[in-house]
Write a protein that binds this ligand. Structure first.
Ligand code: 26V
Length: 799
């Protein structure tokens, strides 16, 4: 009430929902800030080592329930608001999602921030305060439309602007050399352009408010917001031009997670936030801990993919040019400080930058890169490596057709003391593929850190019904130690316990059915099997494999409607990069199939298809607790880990999937009777591709697949444009790069096993319980403990 009056300046009679939301958030924030100050003091007093998580993406979602949950005051707040006639669950939906990320990599960063706070690892997350988060997706006539997502329009109660924490970031210009009396050269960069980076801090509160960390996001501002000379001369546009150019850096998140934008603005974003963050942490180190030579003892910097890898070079510049640290010493400090996480092996996603662009934008950094490379290659030659093919393969500079590019993956690899993949399989494949030669030279660098998820958001907040059953059954300890979930195993076949979980799932499915009604205009049957594929739309993730199976199932039902079919709802959600045509066509295909299937009376009550638009963290929180089946069907070897797979299994969905990414480890833990694994293994995929895969023969030998192809190609699902999918079918028939056709029959068969298992209700629920029971290991607390022990060398609090 006081907040509503004094911070929002509204009285209860005129307050709108948004006013109540802001007042509530501010009241909660006060409690968080108390813990924040204390955590900060504690770290300063103990002089503990800090972790810096550098990421161009933090896919946070909403924060109100995160704060309430971790402070343990959800019910208290619910009642307080109810006594004022306000519904907390409605307020919850007023908050816009902070969608400062594309997908898995960004969401992982957000889960890690929460776990680091929970484990009281003193940490800063560093990133960019994008004004526009990931685009909002609309669907028009079945096609994806992109709209800007200005999440800050109504203010953001969680952030604190820190105008006093501002750094200059330079671009372009020249490099001066001066020689000292001993002949040693000193280099000084004189940038032609400067942009200010202004800090915005968001507190990140850990479970039970044990510790509060900071997410520090940088906003770009012009150093000189208005050129008065130009303004006074009447050139109003020109006077503002520099400002527009400078501020464009933090305007928008790049909305692709597969193909590097390759644009100057992206490189400017990368350097902007890397430089501001390094200036900030070096300044803090010197102020609090003294000599810069001690940096690696007091700071661990984790690079979330190669996006901040230019930071390796920026730290070298800061040490060598600004603090006169000798080169070799500076390199030791840099390597000891940085760790690098790789999140994808897709060749098209590996970042490289043209040398000429680097030279123009960051001339001093390009010199340093050449020097790092020279020392790196000389070191190899000194160790007897003289094979030119090897040297060019591990060089920081890639040369092809006379064009030179800087390999950011190689830079991150050589600049870090540890390099990690995000699942056991992915880490092994890193050693065999992209980093093969580097791994042979530095065999101790690559290590695995299988991803995890924060159970606070993905279980306690998203699924309070299930959480209550767990606490009632296992006791409150389960909230602090996810391994306690194993205690569920003994209830797996207990009919009474199964009934409790069924009731919870049923309620969650009813809630999701309302979402269907609201967004798509029809409800779905909560008794049907909810079959869910939610993730970015990508050919390698193979939403189209799922769609082909949907059509095959549709055909089979129509051919024999009286059979004992398992009623299913096929649920899809996900965004396609705006320029990714095939992904957008897959969305259109999903909607085309949905239209035909949903209006066919023959399959009514048996099959429904729905594409839910604008997938984001908040929609995920609604879908996951209602899911029965989790689709994790990427071409083996291509999904680095996946984290949705973990969220769905934790909430009791059974997985149908390939042996890819973390599915492999989920399979090992839940047991093969409780998961549906199908398809080619990563090795088999490799072999098929190597031997030249012929899709046409495979299609011809599968009557089901032939029928599916024929119906899609002939326009059964696109009567308004019968040629719409001709090119798509042709592509799958001629160069089926992701081996959709190769896995089709196995996938169809696995789906029929799913049907059979579902029909034996007790067996299904037993498997579901065993999934929840056995995936405690996928908590991001476990992942962070491993990073802390093996990479960062920092202590963690025991829970
Ligand atoms: C690449 C690019 C290229 C330039 C444009 C912007 C951009 C943004 C992101 C990326 C890399 C995306 C890599 C990624 O998200 N990988 C996912 O990481 C998850 C967390 O480790 C993992 O679970 C997923 O399997 C993996 O696909």
């Amino acid at each position: 009430m006081a907040k509503l009056a004094y911070a929002v300046a509204k009285d209860p009679t005129s307050a709108q929902e948004r006013d109540w939301y802001i007042a509530t958030a501010l009241a909660v924030r006060d409690r968080v800030v108390d813990g924040w100050a204390e955590s900060y003091r504690h770290t300063n007093d103990t002089q503990n080592k800090r972790v810096y998580y550098m990421s161009l993406e933090f896919l946070i979602g909403r924060l109100l329930f995160d704060s309430l949950t971790n402070l343990g005051i959800v019910e208290e707040m619910r009642q307080a608001l109810a006594s004022l006639g306000v519904d907390l669950d409605r307020l919850r939906t007023v908050e816009p999602d902070a969608a400062l990320g594309n997908g898995g990599l960004g969401r992982l960063a957000a889960c890690f921030m929460e776990s680091m706070a929970t484990l009281a690892v003193p940490a800063y997350g560093y990133g960019i305060r994008y004004e526009n988060g990931l685009f909002r997706q609309g669907i028009k006539d079945g096609w994806q439309q992109e709209y800007p997502e200005n999440w800050l329009t109504n203010g953001n109660p969680w952030e604190f602007e820190r105008p006093e924490i501002t750094y200059d970031v330079g671009f372009g210009g020249t490099v001066d050399i001066t020689y000292g009396p001993d002949g040693a050269a000193t280099y000084r960069w004189h940038p032609a352009e400067r942009v200010s980076a202004v800090a915005y801090d968001t507190p990140v509160v850990g479970w039970r408010c044990r510790h509060v960390n900071t997410l520090r996001l940088w906003a770009a501002r012009a150093v000189d917001p208005l050129r008065l000379d130009a303004f006074n001369a009447g050139d109003y546009v020109g006077a503002l031009a520099d400002r527009v150019r400078a501020e464009s850096i933090s305007k928008v998140l790049y909305p692709s997670d597969a193909t590097p934008a390759g644009q100057e603005l992206r490189l400017r974003q990368e350097f902007f936030f890397a430089s501001a963050s390094l200036q900030d942490l070096v300044r803090r180190h010197i102020k609090q801990y003294g000599p810069v030579e001690m940096l690696a003892e007091k700071a661990a910097i984790q690079l979330n993919d190669t996006h901040p890898a230019i930071g390796v070079v920026e730290l070298m510049r800061i040490l060598v040019d600004l603090h006169d640290v000798p080169w070799a010493k500076a390199w030791d400090i840099t390597q000891a400080t940085f760790g690098y996480t790789n999140h994808t092996l897709l060749p098209e996603a590996l970042e490289t930058w043209p040398v000429h662009l680097m030279e123009r934008l960051l001339p001093r950094h390009m010199q340093i890169i050449y020097l790092i490379n020279a020392v790196h290659l000389d070191g190899l030659r000194a160790k007897g490596n003289s094979d030119p093919a090897l040297l060019s393969s591990v060089s920081l500079i890639e040369e092809s057709w006379g064009r030179q590019r800087v390999r950011m993956g190689t830079l991150a690899f050589v600049g870090a003391h540890r390099v990690n993949g995000v699942s056991a399989l992915h880490s092994e494949l890193m050693k065999e593929t992209v980093f093969r030669d580097l791994h042979a030279i530095f065999p101790e660098k690559i290590n695995n850190k299988t991803n995890g998820i924060t159970f606070r958001r993905w279980l306690y907040e998203a699924n309070p019904g299930l959480t209550k059953v767990l606490v009632d059954t296992l006791g409150p300890r389960v909230l602090d130690d996810p391994e306690e979930l194993l205690g569920l195993e003994k209830f797996a076949s207990d009919t009474e316990f199964q009934a409790k979980l069924k009731a919870v799932r049923r309620k969650n499915k009813e809630a999701l059915s309302k979402v269907f009604q609201h967004r798509l205009g029809f409800p779905v049957d909560p008794d049907a099997l909810f079959d869910v594929q939610i993730k970015r739309i990508h050919e390698y993730k193979r939403q189209h494999l799922n769609l082909l199976e949907t059509v095959a199932l549709y055909n089979a039902i129509r051919a024999d409607p009286g059979r004992n079919w398992t009623p299913r709802v096929k649920i899809f959600a996900g965004k396609a990069a705006a320029s990714y045509h095939t992904a957008k066509l897959i969305i259109k295909l999903a909607n085309d199939i949905a239209r035909v299937v949903n209006s066919d009376p023959t399959v009514r009550g048996i099959l429904k298809v729905g594409f839910l638009q604008n997938y984001n963290v908040s929609l995920a929180e609604q879908i996951i607790p209602a899911a029965d089946l989790s689709e994790q069907i990427s071409t083996a070897g291509l999904e680095a880990s996946g984290t949705g797979n973990m969220k769905l299994a934790l909430n009791g969905a059974l997985t149908i999937g390939t042996l890819d990414g973390a599915n492999v480890e989920i399979n090992e833990r839940v047991g093969e009777d409780n998961i549906f694994i199908f398809g080619l293994t990563a090795e088999e995929v490799e072999a098929r591709r190597r031997n030249g895969y012929n899709a046409r023969d495979v299609i011809a030998s599968s009557p089901k697949l032939s029928e599916v192809f024929a119906s899609i190609e002939s326009g059964v699902f696109s009567p308004d444009d019968t040629s719409r999918y001709r090119g798509f079918i042709e592509m799958l028939s001629n160069h089926d790069h992701f081996l959709v056709t190769a896995d089709f029959d196995a996938y169809y068969a696995a789906q029929r096993q799913v049907d059979a298992h579902w029909q034996n209700g007790a067996a299904w629920w037993r498997s579901s319980i065993l999934n929840t029971a056995r995936v405690g290991w996928f908590s991001s607390d476990r992942t962070i403990r491993e990073y802390a022990r093996d990479i960062w060398n920092v202590p963690v609090q025991t829970t």
